[in-house]
Structures are given as C-alpha cells and as structure tokens.
Design a protein around this ligand. Structure first.
Ligand code: AMP
Length: 193
C-alpha cells in the first residue's frame, strides 16, 4: 500500500504515520526525518539544507525528490510506504507521479489531515515541551517564530496539492482535531485496514 499524508505542520501526520507503518509493516518515509538525519551526519545535502530547515523554508525540490527516489529503491519500500511531509510542492507531486509511473507503481490513497490552524502553534509548543521533558533534543524549528514561516510555506506551496490530488479523485480527508485514537480509526476506515 502506498499512501501520502498531507496536512499542515503539527497536524499529526507523523504520529499517525508511525501507527499505520507499524500496523501495515511498511516504512514510514518522512523527508523531514531524513533531512534532519542528513544534517546531523553533516552530509553535503545536510549542510546545504540546515539553514533552510532552521528558518522554516522548504528545501529545494531537486534535493527531496532525489532523497525519495533513492529511498523508494530500497528493499523494504517495495511492498509500500507512507509518505509524511512529501510531496510539499506541486513540482514534487509531479516528480513523484513520474517516479511511480516509471516503476509501475500506483498510489493507493492521499489522506489530508484537516486542522484548525489557530491551534497548531499550541501543538508545536507542546511537542517541544514533551521532547525536552523526555531529554530529547528539541527541534530548532519547533518554536512559534519559525512556525509562522513553516505555516506560510504550507499555505502557499503545499495547500495547492489538495486540488492536485482531488482532480485525480484520490483525495480523502480526516478531521485531525479529533483525539489521536479517533484519527487513527478514521484513517483505518479510509484504507479499509
Ligand atoms: P517536517 O519534519 O516534515 O516538518 O519537515 C521539517 C523541515 O524539513 C521543513 O520545514 C522543511 O524545511 C524540510 N522539508 C521536509 N520535507 C520537505 C519537502 N518535502 N520539501 C521541502 N522541504 C522539506
């Protein structure tokens, strides 16, 4: 099964992707996680992306498309995957379309998590506090200032993807403001598993 999770930063895509990946035994592909790993490892891509991520802007389409193209080649991705945080621009969606076409692969669903944007900053602040209390390193971009830029990037560059997938008849939506378990249930219902 190949699924895309769409939604604003803080909408709960990552939380739900972890759950679904465990249940379906397919990898959870988060370009944000992959980019942060590249930054931590100080790879050439990581070094290039660091500043962009820290200020809340989007990394170039070429970089993320390259990362996803490589990741999709790996053995564990052959049975399917959940894309979280990718695609984030129409160019990325088109790149993904042709990537999948070349591999004779099809998307099964695109699920958009709809949320009340005014509640998102609070979620982000809470996530930062929870990570700190677990002794984990808090994401530099999980602060109200940078969050504004991330939300702007979402509105301008990513929100148009809903229309892209709606036109293809693939877009499904869930109410991301429900409690986590109910969101999981809604995702299960859409996917039928
Ligand atoms: P995330 O963990 O999905 O919130 O992503 C964190 C940051 O990584 C974003 O604010 C972007 O700077 C970068 N990023 C992640 N995925 C993408 C993508 N598909 N396209 C461009 N930039 C991305």
């Amino acid at each position: 099964m190949r699924v895309i999770f769409l939604g604003a930063p803080g909408a709960g895509k990552g939380t739900q992707a972890v759950r679904l990946a465990e249940r379906l035994r397919i990898p959870h592909l988060s370009t944000g996680d992959m980019l942060r790993a590249a930054v931590a490892a100080k790879t050439p891509i990581g070094n290039k992306a660091k500043e962009v991520i820290d200020r809340g802007d989007l990394v170039s389409d070429d970089i993320v498309l390259g990362i996803i193209a490589d990741r999709c080649e790996e053995a564990d991705a052959q049975a399917g995957f959940i894309l979280d945080g990718f695609p984030r621009t129409v160019a990325q969606a088109e790149g993904l379309d042709s990537l999948l076409k070349n591999k004779n692969m099809k998307l099964d669903a695109v699920i958009e998590f709809q949320v009340d944007e005014s509640k998102l900053v609070g979620r982000i602040v809470k996530r930062a506090e929870e990570m700190a209390s677990r002794g984990e390193q808090v994401r530099k971009d999980d602060n109200p200032e940078v969050f504004k830029t991330r939300l702007d990037a979402y509105r301008v560059q990513t929100a148009p993807l809903s229309a892209h997938y709606a036109e293809k008849g693939m877009l499904r939506t869930v109410d991301g403001m429900q409690p986590i378990d109910q969101v999981t249930e809604a995702v299960r219902e859409i996917l039928g598993r």
